[in-house]
Each structure stands twice: as structure tokens, then as C-alpha cells.
Ligand binder design. Structure first.
Ligand code: SAT
Ligand code: MN
Length: 605
């Protein structure tokens, strides 16, 4: 039966495990044909032409966005589905209290039936990829088998894929197998839809096997398996076992007017400004920033005892709304070079893209992400709040040369942050590593459109990793404590907690954000150099009056004081939430974090 699937016997590899994975997947899913992804420009042209012919893509105006495409998803497939995401460890305790869990055998039984024949009428693409630099000592390999050409085109941008990755598949090397189907088989003669998907979705990680099965969705983190499923959920398990960290962090290099270089990483929940910070155009004269990554950091301890961070990705999958030449000029310059995919943004009449927050005035007429006529009078948004641009990192004008360095960059500081309208100061410095881990462990943020569900609800999001920790969250926090012991104590990155989103009693933002955030970062870097003043508060150190430079800004000293204030009554509410959160983590929570909480309560009393 299987010998009849064209492509099965013409594999460009002899890697036995890979061949078995492909054969078994084909036997189960019954595609019409198999294609091995080579990652070439010719393949990009062929796949994008196919997506245009299928009605999935619309080619954008060559003058405006060369070699770029607009795409609208099914309105029921627009974001990560956290309630359909599972960590199927053998022991439920290893998935912990924060993940959905099912017994791996039970899950496989369900998914096997779902995948049976799911690729009928479609092409099965075999996409070998490498997350992180190809010349790493241990290249981090994966294979995504998918029936979605949209995924193939997106992975061309987001990962180093195809032949150059496949060449690294030696017999001794393992890879993360990922099986993905949109779950929409086609019967003979049946007309396809532009965005096939299934009402039922499963995004499943098997941590012991280091395998991924994803069914029913074609969107972003659900379907581009190299991204969240591999580089965060599975990688976090590998990292725990092998003594490193897989984190939801941007990586950037800051250069001072005196030409001093600093490397930072920063963790914020999805849609809270990681990409903007990763490409920040500093508003202070003489400062420069270079981009290493905008979403994921793999952090290892180097031979010198320092933390080194690598960006496993090769492109940006950024939130579109709110991005423009004022908020993130470097993202605009990156996408203006073309070679990009835009999903669920609006389409202009002259074949360009638009979203809320782009320019002062919306165009008089648009095609909305729902493919309806849209005018400024329309009640619905033209672009979905989680609409995305997918664009190569290579085109980013601020890209750091080090982005492709397999050693990574040595981290001087780690920033945690969330979106909170009250309670959390603009910046707080941790006293030491353990206190910094406590800050990360208790990070909180209002939910955003990046995942389905209610928006604007405050939840605990440890290190911005809540949806991405591939194991028990208490163990994850213990691993952070351990990593601090494994590095050279004097060389540990300093930890800070930021909140760009605090508001005054009238709901007005207290801090302008974006390019002005350099002022906050500058204070942090000066703290590391010992040149900036701070005052102690019960929750950590904040800038002393006058220490954070607001010269020339439309922010009064009074506003800044409000942005930095620590109000005991707000913190009493916060403590209650932290206690509830720690209770949820139970006995796997490291005792040192309990100690931190007790010490904080004492200081607040
Ligand atoms: O859809 S993704 O998970 O890739 C984006 C995000 O939520 O960070
Ligand atoms: Mn993210």
C-alpha cells in the first residue's frame, strides 16, 4: 500500500530513524504524495505560487512589498490554543499543575485515530530543520512533517531548513520528530478551502520521547513546530536534563555612547513588547541597539562561567497591530524589504498591508482580515489583534553580527516584565540571583490576544513561560535556582523587573515606552557599572530621585515617582495572589522561593 505513495522511496537521506518516521507517518496519514523540503529559493517560489493558486495567499504589490504575501486564516484559527495544548509525560506530576496532561498512551490512541488518513488528498511535506546556528557543536535538529504549504513557507523564514539542515543528520545525531496535520483530508474531487483546519485541535508534546504531535490548527505557535513546541516546550525539558535553559526571551546588544557593549535578555509574555524592545531605536543620543533575537533564548553556561544566549530562530513572527515607523521603525524597515508573509492583517486597495496603529489615518477603504469591505466607520477591527508578520532576521537593519554565533552572547542582565496597569514599578532591581528568580517566578501580566481566551485578566506567568514550560513549573523554578549555582557567582547576569504599562488614576500611561525605554535600560546598566543611585524598597531597588534620566521628556518628576511607587496596599493584594500561586505549585516549589515570599511579607509589614 505504502509503496504507492509517490516520494516515499526517493528520500534524499539514509538516516534510518528519519526514514522510519517518514514511512510510519505516511502509512498513518495517507497523503497523495511526499515532498522533501530543500529550503531553496526555487522551492519558496513554487510553494508560494501554489499558495496563491490555492487562494491561501494573495501576492502583494511588488513595488510596496516585494516577494510578499497576504493571508487570512479561518476566523476560528487565529492564535495559540492553550486549553488544547498538552504535556503528555508518563507521570502527571511531571507535567505539573500548570499544563494540561493526558497519559501518553491514551493521547496517542486518540491522536492516531485523528491522524489516520488525515492527509488524504494532500501533499505531505518532510521539513528537516536546525534551530540555532548550523555550525553549532551540537546542532539542534528537528523534522516537521506537515500537510500545510503555509507552514512550509513560514518555516522557510523562521528556521534554517531543508538541505543545509538535512546535511547535519548523521546517524549518531538525534532529532525532534514533529507530526503536524491541519486535519482536513480531501476526498477525490473535493474543492479545498483557502485555510483548511479542524474544529478539534490538539497541540501535544511528549517530553520523554521528545516528540510533538499537532493536529487541527494551521496557525503560528500551534503549527510552526520549530517555534514554541520544539524551541520552548521540548527544549525546556532537554535543558533541565542537560543543565541549560530554554526561555521566552528576546536577546539584544546595547552599545553606550562610550562604546561599551552590554548584552541583555528579556522575558515578557506574548504581545507585551518583546519585538519592540528587541529592535528598539534608542531615543537617547549616542546609544545604539542591535538585535540578536526577539522571542526565544537558549542559555548555556560557558567555559568562563558566564551565561551565553543563542537565538534558535531565523526570522520574526511579530504581532502586527501597533507596529509602525514611530513604535518600531526597524520592524517596518525589515518588512519593507519584502520576502514576508502577513497573516490576518488588512489589505489595502493597492495591494499593500495595513493594521491598527499604522500611520495617523486609516485608509478610506480596506479588505479586512475577515475578507470584508472595511472603512474607518466599520465597527470591527481591520486586522485581527493577533495578526502577524513573518519576516527574515537577515533583513533586520539592526541585526547583530553575533546572531549567528554558535557560542551565543554573554549576558550581562536579564529583564522580566509584564503588562500591569498598577502595582508593579517601572523598574525594580533584584538584590541577588535568588531574589531575581523570585521576581520571575511571580511575574504577572494581563492576558493578550496571542492566545485564545479572555483578554486583560491578570495571571501569574513565571518567566513569561507559563504556556511553554514542558514540565512541572515548580521543577522549572528549582532549575533556575540551580543554574545560578552552576555559574560563576560574580558573573551572573543581574536581574531586573520592568513594567512599561503602569497607568495613573485617570488611566493614562505613566511612561511613554518604545524608544524612551532606553532610559530605563540605561539606569539598569549604570547600576551594574556602579554609577547610578537606587533606593531600597520592600520589593527591591528602584531608581533614586533624579537617577533615571528624564531630561527632555514629557514626563514630570511626579509622574516618574508614580511610575516607581511601591504602595503597600497594592502589594497586600499582590501577596495574596502570589500565595495562591505558590500553593498551586505545591511541594515542588523550591523552599528558597518560599523564603523569599516570607521575607517580602516581613518587609511589607
Ligand atoms: O503564535 S506564537 O506562539 O508563535 C506567538 C506567540 O504567542 O508568542
Ligand atoms: Mn512569543
Amino acid at each position: 500500500m505504502t509503496a504507492t505513495i509517490p516520494g516515499l522511496d526517493s528520500a534524499p537521506t539514509t538516516h534510518a530513524k528519519l526514514l522510519t518516521f517518514v514511512r510510519e507517518s505516511a502509512e498513518l496519514t495517507q497523503p497523495d504524495r511526499i515532498e522533501w523540503v530543500d529550503g531553496s529559493p526555487q522551492e519558496w517560489t513554487r510553494i508560494t505560487d501554489l499558495l496563491v493558486a490555492n487562494g491561501t495567499f494573495r501576492r502583494l504589490n511588488e513595488q510596496k512589498k516585494p516577494n510578499s504575501f497576504w493571508c487570512a486564516s479561518d476566523p476560528a484559527d487565529v492564535a495559540r490554543v492553550e486549553d488544547r495544548t498538552f504535556i503528555c509525560s508518563a507521570d502527571p506530576k511531571d507535567a505539573g499543575p500548570t499544563n494540561n496532561w493526558m497519559d501518553p498512551a491514551d493521547m496517542k490512541a486518540i491522536l492516531t485515530e485523528r491522524f489516520r488518513g488525515s492527509m488524504t488528498g494532500r501533499t505531505m511535506y518532510v521539513l528537516p530543520y536546525c534551530m540555532g546556528p548550523l555550525d553549532a557543536d551540537e546542532p539542534m535538529l528537528g523534522v516537521e512533517i506537515t500537510d500545510s504549504p503555509y507552514v512550509v513557507a513560514s518555516m522557510h523564514i523562521m528556521s534554517r531548513c531543508g538541505t543545509r539542515a538535512l546535511e547535519l543528520f548523521t546517524d549518531e545525531r538525534t532529532f525532534v520528530p514533529g507530526l503536524h496535520s491541519v486535519g482536513a483530508p480531501l476526498q477525490p474531487g473535493e474543492q479545498d478551502v483557502p485555510w483548511p483546519c479542524n474544529e478539534t485541535k490538539y497541540i501535544v508534546q511528549f517530553p520523554e520521547e521528545r516528540a510533538i504531535w499537532s493536529y487541527g490548527s494551521g496557525y503560528g505557535g500551534n503549527a510552526l513546530l520549530g517555534k514554541k513546541c520544539h524551541s520552548l516546550r521540548i527544549a525546556s525539558v532537554q535543558a533541565r536534563d542537560d543543565g541549560w535553559m530554554a526561555e521566552h526571551m528576546l536577546i539584544a546588544k546595547l552599545i553606550s555612547p562610550e562604546n561599551k557593549k552590554y548584552y541583555i535578555a528579556a522575558a515578557f509574555p506574548s504581545s507585551c513588547g518583546k519585538t519592540n524592545l528587541a529592535m528598539l531605536e534608542p531615543a537617547l543620543p549616542g546609544w545604539r541597539l542591535e538585535t540578536v533575537g526577539d522571542d526565544i533564548a537558549w542559555i548555556r553556561i560557558g567555559p568562563d562561567g558566564r551565561f551565553y544566549a543563542v537565538n534558535p530562530e531565523n526570522g520574526f513572527f511579530g504581532v502586527a497591530p501597533g507596529t509602525d515607523y514611530h513604535t518600531n521603525p526597524n520592524a517596518m524597515r525589515t518588512i519593507d524589504k519584502g520576502n514576508s508573509i502577513f497573516t490576518n492583517v488588512a489589505l489595502t486597495d493597492d495591494g499593500d498591508i495595513w493594521w491598527e496603529g499604522m500611520g495617523a489615518e486609516p485608509p478610506a477603504h480596506l479588505t479586512s482580515w475577515k475578507q470584508q469591505d472595511w472603512t474607518p466607520e466599520s465597527e470591527e477591527k481591520a486586522a485581527h489583534p493577533n495578526s502577524r508578520y513573518c519576516t527574515p532576521i537577515e533583513q533586520c537593519p539592526t541585526r547583530a553580527a553575533e546572531y549567528d554565533d554558535p557560542q551565543g552572547v554573554p549576558l550581562d542582565a536579564i529583564f522580566f516584565g509584564g503588562r500591569r496597569k498598577d502595582t508593579i514599578p517601572l523598574i525594580t532591581e533584584a538584590r541577588d540571583w535568588q531574589h531575581g528568580v523570585f521576581m520571575g517566578a511571580t511575574l504577572s501580566s494581563e492576558t493578550t490576544a496571542a492566545a485564545t481566551g479572555q483578554v486583560g485578566v491578570v495571571r501569574r506567568d513565571p518567566m513569561a513561560m507559563l504556556p511553554f514550560i514542558g514540565y512541572n513549573a515548580g521543577d522549572y523554578l528549582a532549575h533556575w535556582i540551580e543554574m545560578g549555582k552552576g555559574a560563576d557567582a560574580g558573573k551572573l547576569p543581574k536581574i531586573f523587573y520592568v513594567n512599561w504599562f503602569r497607568r495613573d488614576e485617570d488611566g493614562k500611561f505613566l511612561w511613554p515606552g518604545f524608544g524612551e525605554n532606553i532610559r530605563v535600560l540605561k539606569w539598569a546598566l549604570e547600576r551594574m557599572d556602579g554609577t547610578a543611585a537606587a533606593v531600597d524598597t520592600p520589593i527591591g531597588r528602584v531608581p533614586a530621585p533624579g537617577a533615571l534620566d528624564i531630561d527632555g521628556l514629557d514626563v514630570t518628576a511626579d509622574d516618574l515617582a508614580k511610575a516607581l511607587a511601591v504602595h503597600p496596599q497594592e502589594w497586600r493584594g499582590e501577596i495574596a495572589q502570589i500565595e495562591e500561586w505558590f500553593d498551586k505549585l505545591g511541594d515542588r516549589l523550591p523552599s528558597s522561593l518560599h523564603d523569599e515570599l516570607e521575607a517580602l511579607k516581613q518587609r511589607l509589614a
